[in-house]
Design a protein around this ligand. Sequence first.
Ligand code: HMH
Length: 214
Amino acid sequence: MIDTWLDKHRSLYTAATRHDFVVSIRDGSVDLSSFKTWLGQDYLFVREFVPFVANVLIRAGKESGETSDMEVVLGGLASLNDEIEWFKSEGSKWGVDFSTVVSQKANQEYSRFLEAMMGSEVEYSVVMTAFWGIEAVYQESFAHCLGDGNKTPAELTGACNRWGNDGFRQYCLCVKNIAERCLENASREALVEAEDVLVRVLEHEVAFWEMSRG
Ligand code: HMH
């Protein structure tokens, strides 16, 4: 199901996973002020993402009927704990004081979307599709910066490894499998909603990268 949707929305998926900012990291031409902007905004995003993932965890425990769903999501939540610590050390490395960073419009809109996804009326299959999309865009984007022939600056490989590593790729595949299993049993209405939510995630991700232009 998901691959069919990605084919259908291929140009949007490419826009989200091969944004100029990401390509500039890979080719080494990245403007460091763009990186700092992204870092500050993504720190704020992750703080909003934690309650969303916690909500996914609760729903995985209650609704999935598969014990492994909860374990996969718990793994994601645990890595967000490390991620917040990583952001803090990266913030001091780059001189970005998160206490003064103001959430930009694209970030606020993404937060509002996450909040809407926490409503109990949103089906588990739809939530899982959104969750996969959010994680997969970062995985694909940062893995691209580590691929053959990259000129990624050494001081940015830490960021790229965080989402581009093989463990994170495996985790995204697990989340995708959960979403696919749920979508197989979903109603026609839920399928329409899941596709729409996936498109909106991709649009939010493009808008998020756009903030790095300043
Ligand atoms: C904007 N999307 C954004 N930030 C992140 N840290 C993730 C996704 C994680 O996958």
